[in-house]
Structures are given as C-alpha cells and as structure tokens.
Design a binder for this molecule. Structure first.
Ligand code: KG4
Ligand code: ZN
Length: 345
C-alpha cells in the first residue's frame, strides 16, 4: 500500500484553516512542484473580518477544482501522490472540516495515508521548506506572527520545539486588522497599514511598547490597539492616517524584536526565524534583518507567499510525518483549539 521510503516522496498538502483555500505538491519536503492559493478576502471584506460560515462554504466550492487545476498545472497524475497532508487545527472548525474530509476522501480513493498537520508547526516549517540547510544554523528562536497567533518557540530540530510565550489578548495580525478598520482602511488590515505607513513619520507619535515586565516572553497588543484607536478618534484632525499607521507599525515591530531578543538570550540561541502572515510586512522583515546583524545572529524569513497561509508548508511538514510513518487514523478529527507544544498556557 505504501511506497518504499527510498523512493521520491510527493506529498499533497491541503490548507483550509481560515480564509485561504490552498493546495500544493511538494517533493521530499523541500521542492515545491506546484501550489495554488485562493484567497477569500474579497468575500469577507465588507464584514471587516472572517465570517466562519462564508469561509467554510467557499472552501467547499473551491477546493475540488483547485485540486484538479493543481494536478493539471504541475503535470502530475493522481497515482504519483505518496500521501495527503492536511491541516486539522488550530483554525475555524467548519473550514478545517472541509479540508480534512477532502483529504480523507482522496486518501480512501488512492489508498494513500493521511498526515495530520498542526497549522502553527507548518508556519514554523515554512522556514525550512525551500532551504533545509537553515535548520543547521540553530538553535533558533522562531517567532510566528499571524492573524490568530503571536508565538515564540525555541527550535532545535525540524520538529523539536519548546513553546516560550504567546499573546495574552489580541494576536499581532488581529491588532493590525482592528486598527486598520478604525482608521477607515480595509480588511485584512496588515497590508493596508503597511501601505499607509509608507508616507508617514513613525516618530510623530509614541505608542506604548508593552513588555509585561523584565522577563516575560508573552505579548499583549490590546493596550496598544486601544491607544491607537482612542487617539485617532479623539484627535482625528490633528493626525495624518499615514503617521498613525507608521507609529503603530513601529511600536509592533519594536515590541516583537525586543521580545524575540529576550528569548534568544534566555535560550542562548544563535538564530531568529520569522514566519506567519504578519511576517510579510517589509518594515518588520527589515528591522529584524538589521537588528539580527547588530546582535550577530543568523536571521531568516521565508518569501512572503510562504509566510502567508499556504499548503506547501503543510505538505513540507507532512513529509517528515511520512518518513516516520506517523499516519492519521481513519477516525481523524479536526481540532480547532489544537495545541502546538509543551508548556503551552
Ligand atoms: O498566517 P496568516 O495568513 O493567517 C493566519 O493564520 O491567521 O496571517 C494573516 C494575518 C492577517 O491578520 C493580516 O492582516 C496579516 O497577517 N498580514 C500582515 C501583512 N500581510 C498580512 N500584517 C502586517 N503587514 C503585512 N504586510
Ligand atoms: Zn496561518
């Protein structure tokens, strides 16, 4: 039923945890043979955030044809797929169910195993996907910043993680999204704040950097979000949107690096890895690059497409599950609140 482990392994990745429907074919955990991503943002924009019911319905409509198109474009046959890797959590329950049921159906039809993938671990794996040699630059501190999570991990191997800290309230991307709405910008807020910030002066306003005491590795963005929203509402005429956006972005970027550096020192790490949707932010990437050089640390962040939700990272991590024959049972279920490591609060 399963192929010889010395053969080339092609994993089909499926990602439907939030508002991107994504499929990918990845060879040996590192070579992307093809990938397609359908973003639902236009469907959710007028609601100012993701509507779970609309998300799951759209996944259902899009996923089968996206998969067919992937096979067609990458000139692959169904029987060349070694296994199906699917995100089963954390994420929106309805959306996860669509991807997981689709994976189960393909697995049943092809008689190939299903590999159960944690979305956050896949975001960390994105760092090693096209550059497997990066793993040797460790030990690493990995920061995952997305719409739902702001997490720090100590990473020693491809799947050797220790959870160090996370957000106590809003996730970093969530703060971008909420601030953007209150400034009259569109959803998802991150790219629009980044764009608005380009013409602004980051020093025109000083927003708080919430560090939660000298030793904490947790994050809190709700205070910053509230102070930006309040200031802008009260003194709208006094500030340009570009200055507010730029000062807010600077406060986030500065806080994220300070916390990451704290983790690096605590764990005596040699390298910083940055992934997740917010890592698509140029100002964040630039600051991390410059500061890592200053502190003589190795720094890497995957290309933007691989920072945002995608299925290549899911298939890539799936390869490692495949090698150790960590196959999901037929009774596979989704886990919307799936944990991502030891010591998670
Ligand atoms: O990882 P991701 O695609 O989905 C989740 O797993 O949540 O992250 C989406 C988040 C959104 O909050 C979005 O506003 C943010 O990433 N984002 C950005 C940028 N591009 C996307 N935030 C800041 N700057 C960007 N350029
Ligand atoms: Zn994500």
């Amino acid at each position: 039923m399963y192929q010889n482990l010395s053969d080339k392994v092609v994993i089909l990745g499926i990602e439907t945890s939030c508002d991107e429907t994504a499929v990918a074919l990845v060879k040996d955990g590192k070579k992307i043979l093809g990938q397609l991503i359908y973003s639902q943002v236009r469907l959710h924009r007028r609601f100012g955030g993701v509507v779970p019911e609309i998300a799951s319905r759209s996944h259902l409509e899009v996923l089968p044809s996206l998969f067919r198109e992937l096979l067609h474009r990458s000139k692959m046959e169904l029987n060349e797929i070694s296994a199906v890797a699917v995100t089963t959590g954390p994420g929106l329950v309805g959306s996860l169910l669509v991807g997981t049921n689709f994976a189960n159906a393909i697995s049943y039809a092809l008689k190939k195993p299903v590999l159960q993938i944690n979305h956050i671990k896949a975001h960390i794996y994105a760092n090693f996907l096209e550059r497997p040699e990066i793993i040797k630059k460790g030990p690493h501190v990995a920061l995952v910043v997305s719409g739902g999570h702001t997490l720090l991990f100590f990473v020693k191997g491809v799947e050797e993680y220790e959870f160090l800290g996370g957000t106590l309230d809003d996730a970093c991307g969530e703060a971008f999204d909420k601030v953007a709405i209150s400034l009259g910008l569109a959803y998802p807020g991150g790219p629009f704040i980044e764009q608005a910030a380009r013409g602004g002066n980051p020093d025109s306003i000083h927003f708080p950097r919430v560090l939660l005491g000298p030793n904490s590795l947790d994050f809190s963005f709700s205070g910053l979000k509230t102070s930006v929203i309040r200031l802008y509402k009260e003194k709208k005429k006094k500030f340009r949107i570009s200055d507010v956006a730029s000062a807010f972005q600077e406060a986030v970027v500065d806080t994220l690096f300070q916390k990451t550096l704290r983790a690096v020192r605590l764990k005596k790490a040699r390298s910083i890895l940055l992934s997740g949707g917010v890592a698509a932010n140029e100002r964040l990437r630039h600051h991390f690059r410059i500061m890592s050089r200053k502190y003589k640390l190795f720094f890497y962040s995957p290309k933007k497409l691989l920072c945002l939700d995608n299925a290549a990272m899911v298939a890539g991590l799936g390869y490692h599950h495949y090698l150790r024959r960590d196959f999901a049972p037929l009774s596979l279920e989704v886990e919307p609140n799936m944990k991502y490591g030891k010591n998670q609060a």
